[in-house]
Design a protein around this ligand. Structure first.
Ligand code: URA
Length: 211
């Protein structure tokens, strides 16, 4: 086991959409639409264990004690820039969540993360944090982002990505074994430039049409 808390969402709809996203022939518009759809399905999985309480309501038929979210506060943290592609769909499902941003770019020589932005909600210690980044590659940026989220006070943190490489999962397991990872696929590995194989290329370029 490379991470004690790794969940690969093997739902057929997720796998189908992911295959189309990986395909080189898929357009920017198609990629973006699928990313939004898949992020809704992944959001469903990352929130699976949110606590419920009961509320007394009246249906047209009778009174009942009905389950409702306990109201634990959530913060979504997008790891820029590709994180924004996952953020939109997750936010659609959890519209009341606060949103933070962590800007990290990868130095292409050292593959180490360089921070250029950090804006998180002020009460992170009171929130469940969901960090979103489509690609868990070397894990260096992801681990650094989770460092910042922990420094801001959050203790209950989950990491949501589209693809994960074994190297990144291992790095996260070493740095943050307490942070569950939810992904649509555990891919084969990384190339010499730190890109995921078979992967889908540069997620930011694919979703924003840059190259
Ligand atoms: N970031 C990407 O966008 N793609 C990869 O394959 C790895 C990191």
């Amino acid at each position: 086991m490379i991470h004690p808390n790794l969940t690969v969402v093997d739902h057929p709809l997720v796998q189908h959409k992911l295959t189309i996203m990986r395909d080189l022939e898929t357009s920017t518009a198609g990629f973006r639409r699928l990313l939004r759809e898949i992020s809704l399905l992944l959001a469903y999985e990352v929130t699976r264990d949110l606590p419920l309480e009961t509320r007394k309501i009246r249906t047209p038929m009778e009174e009942m004690d009905a389950p409702i979210l306990e109201g634990k506060k959530l913060a979504l943290v997008s790891i820029l820039r590709a994180g924004n592609g996952l953020l939109d769909g997750v936010l659609e499902l959890i519209p009341a969540a606060r949103v933070g941003f962590v800007g990290l770019y990868r130095d292409e020589e050292t593959l180490q993360p360089v921070q250029y932005y950090n804006k998180l909600p002020s009460d992170m210690d009171a929130r469940t944090a969901i960090a979103v980044d489509p690609m868990l590659a070397t894990g260096n940026s992801s681990a650094a982002a989770v460092d910042l989220i922990k420094e801001a006070g959050a203790r209950d943190i989950r990491f949501l990505c589209l693809l994960a490489a074994p190297e990144g999962v291992k790095r996260m397991a070493e740095a943050h074994p307490d942070v569950p990872i939810i992904t649509a696929s555990l891919d084969r590995g990384l190339n010499e430039k730190g890109y995921i194989l078979p992967g889908l290329g540069d997620a930011g370029d694919r979703m924003f049409g840059t190259k």
